[in-house]
Design a protein around this ligand. Sequence first.
Ligand code: BGC
Length: 781
Amino acid sequence: MAACFVSGAQELRLRPDNVDAVVAAMTVDEKVDLVIGCGAGWGNVDAKFPGTAGWTRAIPRLGIPSIYFADGPQGVNMTRFREYDTRDYSCTFFLSGSTLAASWDTEAAEAIGHAVGYELKERGLDVILGPGANLHRNILCGRNQEYFSEDPLLSGKMAAAWIRGAQSNGISTSLKHFAVNNQETNRKENDSRVDARALRELYLKGFEIAVKEGNPGTVMGAYNYVNGVHACENADLLDRLLRQEWGWNGVVMSDWDGVVRQADAVKATCDLIEPGTEADKKALLDALENGSLPMEDLDRNIRHILELVVKSPSYQGYPYHDDIDRESHQRLLRRVAAESCILLRNEGGALPMKPGKVALYGCASYDLVPANMGVNGVNNGVYHVSLVQGLREAGFEVCRPILREYTAYVAAENERIRSAFPPIFAQFYRFDRPAEIIPGQEGGDRLTPEQKAMTVDLGIQMETVNRRWPMEEQAVENDAALITLARTTGEAFDRTASEFGLTTSERNLIETVSSAYHAVGKPVIVLLNVPASLETVSWREKVDAILVVGQPGERAGESIADVLCGAVNPSGHLTDTWPVRYGDAPADSHFPSEAGQDIQTLMTPRKERSGELVSNIDYTEYAEGIYVGYRYFTTTGAEVAYPFGFGLSYTEFVYDAMSVEPTREGFLARVTVRNSGSRPGREVVQLYVSAPKGGLDKPIRELKGFAKTRELAPGESQTLEIPVSTYELASFNAKKSAWQTARGTYTFGAGACSSEIRVFRQAVLPGNAEWKVEKLLLPQH
Ligand code: BGC
């Protein structure tokens, strides 16, 4: 009889119910490979999905596939065109995080998250690297536009909604950058030094809400240190707080090149080291060998990764389509970006405008900044509907001679600016914007010979840009002037204090256009295409209307035109306080506000620089504690340009009724809002709460809830319900390491912004409440 060897061992393949067995079957080499990414997909021709951020190692013998990550949060970032292929792989680039948050609309955030998640899945990927939920501690942080707000509740609620929307597709999100990542200058070395109360109430709160209400599949550790320990190697942060206290159990991945001490990262439950290098592998193998890294720690992290893998579309063999129908996403984006516009000023009802002849001034009118620059800008913002196109489609006639002069000038200037940077850099970042010109005053003569040559190369006839045309005549010829001012920021650099102010050429433009147009009774409207606040007090009275359009994404021109012509009522509200001047907020003196000027020196790692640690560079003291943004300005009564939550509308709303009732969890506020104006529109109700005196020192009021009406026709009303739990009313007592809500009378105020409370109601909390937590992340200085 022939020998018959029947192998009893079934081939072991990863399944949701055999993760432990798979871990046990892995070799040490395989284990180490799995906790280290396979490199980044940027510029990597071997990447399955070019231009994406990374992927995990496949172990075919155990049925473990790679899973793929793409950057967000403004959309799915991957290379638009591939070698040997003529298909367009572009994904929608949506509005920036802070522009989305300006909608104060969690349903919109969920819908946008859903659309991003859908595109990610249909492109064959598994994890979108977003949303970003860091707090806007300082108006100059270079990544504020990726994040939501200076308020942790607004940040957390928007992030949670976005995550729920994205993950409803069966993909995972990566909530980032955990935590206290509030400046870009020296971002990999800077130590954020923050007291326990501010840490809990402000910097961790948004993440806590996003984690508990959104349950992201992954969390990305930040580059910075938190009270002396690197975020990606911080067991207090990643294990004791995120996992044990908040009860979350997903995958923590490091930010790209964010790990310095690999074994410490593994021990701290940073499961995945990204993007992964040979040096990372060697360090882990050495640490296992010399016993400084226990195998159990590695196994635990591998279990986290495998639990993510089995949930992924790649593991499930999802047949993605690649030919994405983006039509409905475009419509969604156009509407949300329009509703997120914030009307700061509207004298004499300058807006909405009747279609007519408009003159567009300001270089950005012809070169909008639709998206965040840097790796998180999808397709690097190269594709968008221009303002000119949007206005034309809405029935406006755009003044042609002015358009021609600007087009020539902007193209030549952008070319000059970009050529100063290496191509990869220039594609990501546009630091400088062309200086403003006064069209018709000097004609093409202002161009240098090189610029003229470029203009000719670009096919633009010099005589069409050379025409002299006094501003007074331009004002007679057109029905209105639109001036667009823009700022560009991106990852790795902060804005400088001087960028907060207007340049001389911008001031000159506003002055010249306004006096000419006002002399003939025509309105001047300013569009602010900005990632964060800008100085407005010195010039706002010179113009009739100011509309903040933020970074509206690829339908920019249409979204803006929808608001200008009144098809959409702007219902956006500021997510930050706009100060009178840089320096007014206490955090301003603890921030590298001019660092951009000396960036080479400042980006040099600490170990390569000699001498003392430099404040705001090597470490940043969060000396203002909990008094960030409106918490400071409303409590002290210090003057602001525009308060947190501010935003006008084309219609008016009255708050007819308000009640606050006790519930099992805390309170339920009901606010009835009526559209008392003459146009349809939506209203955001912001619920601020003032705590009873006697307990911990608190800001005069804090945002504890918000809700947005549907579109209300004139005369129509809606009752909004806003729950506030006792836990949400708590402050953090650092000495006792406990969240505490003191008994007493709470004042609930419903308002349209932080300084305009329309209706108040009081409600009594009969007993004290306390939630003790472990003492962790304590300041070392
Ligand atoms: C950024 C992250 C990003 C990662 C991967 C890092 O430079 O800080 O936000 O997700 O790169 O692209």
